[in-house]
Design a protein around this ligand. Structure first.
Ligand code: GTP
Ligand code: MG
Length: 520
């Protein structure tokens, strides 16, 4: 893997994004679309590589908690746990809202806020002080942009939340993907400020890209917060709120969300801390009768995962600390201290020495928990992000070939999609170069359900498909990857294909080679 420094990327792109934020320039210029592929690979490799560097990876722990003694089953542990990713276009207010949540839940004191206010002022970024709670790196503070996903914790009445604050800038989509792939629900932050909603929503804006990625990566529910309602161009204007909701709803529907069941809209001001922990004061906004953000998050229902199912934990990071520690989210099953498990695809037998959940040591952890697991039986060098901790009796499939149903979004330069197409595959924590080796069947999305199936034309293998097509194809990778059929384990069976820094397709795994085989 090439040694590339993620900060090179940072420098390379700053000159452009400020323009885009102002709405003065489109997000994607022609020269960007023609950026040579090796740069993109470098970017993704940089992201992956830094994830290999242990705790200094692309996820930064915000306000880390002291490690107490192992927990007994107390009240706190009975609360459910949910991972929530903050997504949306650059500068929408994700870090500001995340920081405000930590402030309102009492984790940041007034003195720290005053210190941040001063620091932000010194950097001529007065209004950014709340974002500084989440943006802890100097580089992020100077530029006013999140680079690494910030991770923090807070609680509502019934739920313990892990916040994952994703970067909005298009250069860091690989980091956003790693954040979203760990999340159950998403808070989509949209700026209501004049011109900003429009820039994020237009073609090439990250509002669209993040929604599609979130859906594909398994973010089941979305809370759409229409932010900056306090801005002088908005001042809690109902018609602005309605305009944004009415434009977003059909788009969310075409992205696969059931707007009635899976999506909640609400107005907030992240900067002022309004409609976040407490409901809105009628004096500020007379027309909103709905709940505040904490209420919505606390009541949100997410699909249950099976605590008794086979163990599946994709590894997102690893490091050495008197043993080998792996980090990730448990997608299925329960991991207990003392368990014997397999690290796949290298079939290494390991034993669970200890489990940490939100910095606390626990005896066991179930689905949707973000954990660090100390293992014996494997060296840290022998684990890579993308490997999967798995039960011995029913291990995850390890393959170099699979069939997938793809939805083609937008091919670069209106290229055609055909056998031989190369892209970068992102599936749970795996990032691998892949090749489409065969198109098997194009799915006719216009055919109505009540059409007579007998009249259906015989299937012919297409030679190529274009933008917008839905196609079943065979995909190959060079290394073994651990994946599952979407119908069995959705979180391990949905993926995105990216080329030259853009998402070109989203897909799901529909067929794997026979058990024990890596190819068909
Ligand atoms: P990236 O991490 O770069 O994607 O941006 P972000 O979405 O985290 O945005 P951030 O929180 O850094 O805020 C960007 C700018 O918007 C800052 O100047 C904030 O002060 C401003 N901002 C955020 N929320 C609000 C709000 O509710 N009202 C107003 N008026 N400004 C806000
Ligand atoms: Mg941010």
């Amino acid at each position: 893997m090439a040694t590339s420094n993620p900060s090179d990327l940072v420098e390379a792109d700053w000159s452009r994004e400020d323009d885009a934020v102002d709405g003065a320039e489109p997000m994607h210029t022609e020269s960007e679309a023609l950026t040579p592929a090796p740069e993109d690979v470098k970017e993704i490799e940089a992201a992956v590589q830094s994830m290999d560097l242990g705790t200094k990876g692309k996820v930064k722990e915000v306000l880390p908690v002291e490690e107490p003694e192992p927990e007994e089953d107390n009240e706190e542990n009975k609360k459910r746990h949910l991972n929530v990713v903050f997504i949306g276009h650059v500068d929408a207010g994700k870090s500001t809202t995340g920081g405000q949540i930590l402030f309102l839940s009492g984790q940041v004191d007034d003195r720290t806020i005053q210190k941040y206010e001063k620091e932000a002022k010194d950097k001529s970024r007065e209004s950014w002080y709340m974002a500084y709670i989440m943006d802890t790196n100097e580089e992020e503070r100077v530029k006013g942009k999140t680079v690494e996903v910030g991770r923090a914790h807070f609680e509502t009445e019934n739920t313990r939340f892990t916040i994952l604050d994703a970067p909005g800038h298009k250069s860091y989509v690989p980091n956003m993907i790693s954040g979203a792939s760990q999340a159950d629900i998403g808070v989509l932050v949209i700026s209501a400020r004049k011109g900003e909603f429009e820039t994020g929503y237009e073609k090439g804006g990250q509002t669209r890209e993040h929604v599609l990625l979130a859906k594909t990566l398994g973010v089941a529910k979305l809370v759409v917060v229409i932010n900056k309602m306090d801005d002088p161009t908005v001042i809690w204007d109902k018609s602005r709120y309605d305009e944004i909701e009415s434009k977003m709803a059909p788009f969310l529907k075409t992205s696969g969300y059931n707007v009635k069941k899976d999506v909640h809209f609400l107005p907030i001001s992240g900067l002022m801390g309004l409609n976040i922990k407490d409901r809105l004061d009628k004096k500020i906004c007379s027309w909103w009768d709905g709940p505040c953000l904490f209420e919505v998050l606390d009541k949100i229902e997410v699909p249950l995962r099976d605590p008794k199912g086979p163990v599946r934990m994709p590894i997102i990071d690893k490091y050495k600390d008197m043993g080998t520690i792996v980090m990730g989210k448990i997608e299925s099953g329960t991991i207990k201290k003392g368990d014997s498990l397999l690290v796949m695809p290298n079939k290494a037998n390991v034993k669970v020495l200890s489990i940490y959940c939100d910095e606390k040591e626990v005896r066991q952890a179930g689905p949707a928990e973000n954990v660090r697991v100390k293992l014996s039986g494997i060296e840290e060098e022998d684990v890579l992000s993308g490997f999967v901790l798995s039960s011995i009796s029913n291990p995850v499939a390890a393959v170099s070939e699979f069939h997938a149903q793809l939805q083609i979004l937008e091919l670069l330069d209106n290229a055609i999609f055909t056998a031989g197409y190369n892209a970068v595959l992102h599936i749970h924590s795996v990032v691998e170069e892949c090749e489409i080796v065969e198109l098997i069947e194009e799915i006719d999305t216009k055919r109505r359900k009540d059409d007579d199936p007998k009249k259906k034309k015989p299937k012919r293998k297409p030679l190529f498909v274009k933008n917008g097509a839905v196609v079943v194809c065979c995909i190959q990778v060079n290394n073994l990857i651990c994946i599952e059929n979407f119908s069995d384990f959705p979180q391990l069976g949905r993926f995105t294909l990216r080329t030259e820094g853009k998402t070109v397709a989203v897909g799901k795994v529909v067929k794997l080679p026979n058990p024990g085989n890596s190819t068909f």
